[in-house]
Design a protein around this ligand. Structure first.
Ligand SMILES: [Zn+2]
Length: 240
């Protein structure tokens, strides 16, 4: 049995544009949105996480890493917030087990919990506290520290993405998602529902949207709720 691992730790950049007042952000973002989206897309370099599979059987396992995001287009939302193209290839169950890594501070956990609540409220996915195992969908929440430096024009507030594992001989196209969502604690604005909801959206398979009302807009708009398009995008992934 061949076991292919489709890796998608995308480290999708979620950046904030200075100055920091929301109004100034919006004005700045609107004026720069076209250029920014183009540059953000170029920087959207998938990071391939190596995975190894061990087996106790006599069959040969093959491990393969594949990412598709660099070819993904950021599209409008006529059919809902887009999903990562690799997520579209597979059928995912809608139940996830989640946990926080030990060093996740209380404030970050609260912001992640708000995001978990928001996604559970949709009824499309169901996130349950617990570590899960290799055969169920999981999300690991954590924090990291990355200083972009004084001269940075954009600040990375978080990363997130799915990591899909599937069996090549399964005609049902079923895959298991071992996802991650992280926020960059170097910047206080990362500890925000708008950021945790964005990164959890990536973990669940959502890609960036060009709609400023979407939680998946690439720069932080201070949006703290899922748009109708975001919910529609989730349904596209989980109600196939
Ligand atoms: Zn993003």
């Amino acid at each position: 049995m061949l076991l292919f691992v489709l890796s998608g730790i995308f480290l999708a950049e979620y950046t904030d544009v200075l100055p920091t007042t929301l109004q100034a952000q919006i004005v700045t973002n609107l004026s720069k949105s076209k250029n920014y989206l183009e540059s953000a897309f170029d920087e959207y370099v998938p990071k391939i996480k190596s995975l190894t599979n061990s087996t106790n059987t006599a069959t040969e396992d093959t491990t393969k890493q594949e990412t598709a995001t660099s070819q993904d287009k950021q599209t409008g939302s006529a059919n809902g917030t887009p999903a990562f193209s690799m997520v579209n290839k597979f059928v995912l169950g809608n139940v996830y087990y989640y946990h926080f890594t030990k060093k996740t501070p209380k404030a970050a956990r609260q912001a992640f919990n708000d995001a978990i609540y928001a996604y559970n409220q949709t009824g499309v996915v169901k996130l349950i506290a617990g570590k899960g195992n290799s055969s169920v969908n999981t999300v690991a929440f954590s924090v990291y520290y990355k200083d972009e430096g004084q001269r940075a024009q954009t600040l990375e507030l978080g990363t997130g993405g799915p990591e899909l594992t599937y069996k090549t001989n399964d005609p049902s196209k079923a895959a298991i998602n071992h996802a991650s969502a992280k926020i960059n604690m170097t910047y206080p604005e990362s500890v925000s529902d708008s950021v945790t909801m964005h990164e959890l959206g990536h973990a669940l398979g959502l890609n960036h949207s060009t709609e400023t009302s979407s939680i998946m807009y690439p720069t932080n708009q201070g949006v703290k709720s899922l748009s109708e398009d975001d919910v529609a995008g989730l349904k596209n992934i989980y109600n196939k």
